[in-house]
Design a protein around this ligand. Sequence first.
Ligand SMILES: [Zn+2]
Length: 208
Amino acid sequence: MAVLQYDNNNTNEFTCTCRGRLDVFDRNKDIEHEVLEDEYSMEIPNYDLYRDINTGTKFTLLKLESILCYLEQFQKKLDDDSKKLYTNHFLKYLRRASTDSLYFFKSECHAEMKKKVSYHIDIRIDLDGFIAESQCACAAGNGRTAHCKNVCASLYAIFKFSTCAEIITELSCNSQLQTFHQSRHFMASPLKSKDLPLLGYKDVNFDL
Ligand SMILES: [Zn+2]
């Protein structure tokens, strides 16, 4: 911060300098205010409505053409670096929430160079597979049309799931979808209720 020097011999100059700097301060304040107002934030569903993508998830809408079309408006292509972020398990998770006509995806992606750092990503896809909005918490990912590497990696993940039912995240050791949510087949012989061992009760008539 600059320190103002009081000059006894030139009070007017001090006053002018001071006023000038205050004006600059006021202008900066306004600019800061404008920047804050410009920082876009997507409207997304409540966090509780998101579900991990798994074998039970139905989504086939995102085509590669949609991603290329989305990136083309920024003269950008889906590069190998973004694909590698996905294939090298940089995505921590990929979750989805849906409304009547929209799909919202939420993911978290490790930074390419600092794996301890990770960024949250939101992507909205319309029913026709059109990428409508995206935002990322990284420095280059301000919404509504963020197109940083983290967004691209997440889009690629959604595309892979959409076309191959494949999803690779940090927790998955291979490309198989997790299945812990699925109930297992019952292999034992069914037991009739009258044959259940009931402690303290004898000769219970279940037909009454
Ligand atoms: Zn980003």
